[in-house]
Design a protein around this ligand. Structure first.
Ligand code: HEC
Length: 148
């Protein structure tokens, strides 16, 4: 019984970290204190971190009036990637991932800054749409990616 309570507490802490309120992870740990053993992201969480990082870079570039040409090549791996917790993925996950992928394509094919800003903001919408279903915690951080 006691070990079951402990187990549930661990699960609660782990899910809080990944999909809980963003405050916890607001200050990224410094390189020197970062310990991969303590903080090993799931395969899916790692893809998400790359996407978030890339979104920040694209936003900065667009705000300077420059087209952004980088891309993350592991997008469709999202569909097969293991999440931190099985409940973080459900039947609606794949359609969201495919919609996301289509929005991502529009970013790559944009030829003007204003076109890419529209495509970027559409992509952020599809991040939020999937997160509304599967992982609410990071939504306020994701919304900061919008370019006005
Ligand atoms: C198809 C659904 C889906 C889409 C689209 C999606 N996410 Fe996620 N995201 C998730 C799920 C599920 C998790 C939880 C992953 C885990 O913990 O294993 C997650 C986790 C995250 C995390 C937390 C990662 C961590 O450190 O634990 C961030 C940040 C994030 N997503 C940002 C984004 C951004 C930015 C986009 C758009 C560019 C995006 N996501 C698009 C489903 C999605």
């Amino acid at each position: 019984m006691q070990s079951k309570v402990f187990f549930l507490a661990v699960i609660a802490i782990v899910s809080f970290y990944s999909c809980g309120t963003p405050e916890e992870s607001e200050t990224p740990p410094t390189k020197s204190s970062w310990s991969p053993k303590m903080d090993e992201p799931s395969e899916l969480a790692q893809i998400m971190r790359d996407l978030h990082e890339e979104g920040l870079q694209r936003k900065a570039s667009l705000e300077k009036g420059q087209l952004y040409s980088g891309s993350v090549d592991n997008l469709l791996k999202m569909i097969a990637a293991a999440p931190t917790e099985p409940h973080m993925k459900g039947p609606a996950f794949e359609p969201h991932a495919l919609a996301f992928n289509a929005s991502y394509g529009a970013i790559q094919s944009a030829t003007t800054v204003s076109e890419q800003i529209d495509a970027h903001n559409n992509l952020v919408k599809s991040c939020v749409a999937c997160h509304t279903n599967f992982c609410q915690g990071p939504i306020s951080r994701i919304e900061l990616l919008y370019v006005n």
